[in-house]
Each structure stands twice: as C-alpha cells, then as structure tokens.
Ligand binder design. Structure first.
Ligand SMILES: [Zn+2]
Length: 362
C-alpha cells in the first residue's frame, strides 16, 4: 500500500516538494514568527495541541470530509483561512481515489474486522495442513494446538499493523505536509486520525491549534547544540529517514525552454530536475522517452542551516504528530530527557519538537 504515494504524488508536486523546493524557508519561518497579531482578535485563548475542529468522514467506504463545514466552523472560531491555504491543498492531498481506498483499507475499523477473518483463515489453513501429515487420535489436542498457533499468528500480524500505524504514513501524513505548511501560518495543523469506538469506525479530519515558533526555536537550538557532532546527527537522521523517499514522474522538458518567464512564475510547472540546488536531494533520475523519474528524499540536506533543517523536520512530522496526539498514541515519556519545562503542548506529555527529538535525534 505504500506505493500509492509514488504514482499519486506526481499530481501535486507542489505538495511535499513545497517544503523543500520553494526553499524560501526563511520567508516561511519569518511568517511563523511575525504573525501573532494578525486575525487574532476574535480568537479565544487557544493552547498548543487543542483540537479546534474535528470533522467526521462523510462515508466509511469512501472517506471524504465536508471542507465547507470545516471552513464555517474555523471562521466561527476566529480562523480566517484563504481557500488556497486550506480547501485547495486538502483536496489535492485527500480526494485522490487511491488515497481514499488506502484510508479505508488502513482504517482501524478494517483492522478490527480483519482480525476475526484472519483468525478463521489461518485456523483453517493450519488445521488442513496438519491434518494431512499428522494422524492424531485425540482431535481436541489438534484443535487446541491449531487454535494456539492461529492466535499467535493473528496477534503477530495485528501487532505489526498496529505498530506501523504509529509511524509516519507515506500515503496520508506525507501528503498533508503541503497543507500543514500553509496552515501553520494560521497557527493550525491538520491530520486524519481514526480508531474504533463501540464497534464503529471513527475517522476524522482534525484541525489542531499549534503555534510553531516555540518548537522551531527549541529544535533549532538542539540542532545547533549538536553541530559539533554534526556527522553523527546526520547519520542518525539518515538512518531513520532513509525510507522516506518520494518518486515523481514528469514529462521531460526541453532544456532550452527552461528560462522562460512563464515557468519561473509558476512553481506548479517547474521541472523538478532543474532544482538540484534546493533543499531536496535528487538521488536518481532517468529519462525514459517523455517521462522523467525523480526521487526526492524528505531527509534534510546537510548543507542547510540549523533553522531550515528544524523547519523541514517539523513540517515532515507535523501530520504524524497530530494524528498520534488526537488518538492518544504518542510514545511514552519513559526515557526522554527533555523535561516538562520544554514541553510546548498543554495537552500531551510530548510536544512536536520533543517527538522529533525522541524519534529522529536520539
Ligand atoms: Zn516543542
């Protein structure tokens, strides 16, 4: 299922690549810092991690969210967000049919239904196999051992699925990076979370209040403190983020047309290959007729300044963090040495920068 992203991300190359490609990270960072007074008049005192709007999915089999109702609720709460910062990127990220199918087959409800079906299938398979090769007089012994094996196998598979749901999700979380990049200017982050409640699926689009300036400052400081062991830090990040690679396909463009004003004006139409000097690393590319395939890594480039790296990490993990925050599945506070004083979230034991430090930098 991870492969959905490869073919779909190319439709919105303004998407994830936005975080790296338009590289005026400084502009975006300064927007985060210098915006507090704007459109804040009608807002109540929100605190980091507080859910502003939770919009349930319209349908279980074809997940979609009523974005006009989201807008109305957000406006009611004092968040005036232009369409280009909310509806348009959310539509691009979530309305693709293959992403909707992925949401259904990866939902907690589907896993809930999958468990007993899987148990029965495994039980029948193991029983029929053993029955062929082992002759047992006491059938209850065979039944019992087959049941035990089936329970163990089913539990292992469900555990793997459950564990993978706690990690960054290439098909949804990564697609939401582009949305969060825009929403963070309005002090909001968005994610899709779901869990089973009283035997019913509960998939919702969550808008959570988040003032990124504190986390950005703290993570930048951490990266600067670690700069004397930069190779070590880069290696750690590379090891933990090496699988986060996006494959995009673009029509091959005649290089002679490259400097035209039209293309410079529109980031949507810029060929990705000519931006090797931006934050993303182009690890391989091949020209095959009319198509060019490019790999983009979400791993921050070593040459970036600490603040730009911190910004890229915060954006990359924003949707994952919000999903785990609202579904109460953030990793435990066990062995992190960051202390509650540096927690920038009032509703959880880990804030976004602490989550990144725990997952990536430790
Ligand atoms: Zn923080």
């Amino acid at each position: 299922m991870q492969d959905v992203v490869t073919s779909e991300m190319m439709e919105d190359k303004s998407g994830v690549s936005h975080v790296m490609e338009e590289s005026p990270v400084d502009v975006q960072i300064s927007q985060i810092k210098a915006e507090p007074q704007q459109a804040n008049i009608n807002r109540p005192n929100w605190s980091n991690g507080q859910c502003v709007v939770a919009m349930p999915s319209c349908s279980l089999l074809n997940p979609s969210f009523d974005l006009s109702l989201c807008r109305a609720k957000l406006e009611n709460d004092g968040f005036q967000i232009p369409v280009r910062d909310m509806e348009a990127p959310l539509e691009t990220a979530l309305s693709v049919p293959s992403v909707r199918r992925y949401l259904v087959f990866n939902s907690a409800l589907f896993h809930f239904i999958l468990a007993p079906v899987l148990y029965v299938v495994v039980w029948c398979a193991v029983f029929s196999t053993l029955h062929l090769y082992i002759t047992v007089r006491d059938y209850w012994v065979l039944w019992l051992s087959v049941s035990l094996v089936s329970i163990l196998l089913t539990t292992a598979i469900i555990f793997v699925l459950h564990y993978s749901n706690k990690e960054i999700n290439m098909n949804v979380d990564v697609r939401l990076i582009q949305v969060n990049e825009r929403l963070v200017k309005h002090k909001l982050l968005v994610a899709v979370a779901d869990w089973v409640q009283t035997c019913a699926g509960n998939m919702q689009l969550y808008f959570v209040f988040w003032d990124m300036s504190h986390c950005l400052r703290a993570l930048t400081e951490t990266l600067e403190e670690q700069s004397f062991v930069e190779d070590d830090t880069q290696n750690k990040m590379k090891r933990k983020m090496s699988h986060l690679v996006l494959v995009t396909e673009d029509p091959a463009v005649d290089p002679e047309l490259g400097g035209s004003d039209v293309e410079q004006d529109s980031s949507e139409q810029r060929p990705l290959l000519r931006h090797e000097d931006t934050g993303c690393s182009t690890s391989s590319s091949q020209c095959g007729g009319a198509k060019v395939t490019t790999n983009y890594s979400l791993f921050p480039d070593a040459s970036l300044p600490a603040q730009a790296k911190a910004y890229q990490l915060l954006m990359t993990y924003s949707a994952t963090y919000v999903r785990l925050l609202v579904s109460d599945r953030l990793p435990g506070p066990s062995n992190y040495r960051l202390g509650p004083r540096r927690n920038h979230c009032s509703n959880a034991h880990l804030c976004l920068c602490q989550y990144i430090k725990k997952k990536i930098l430790q």
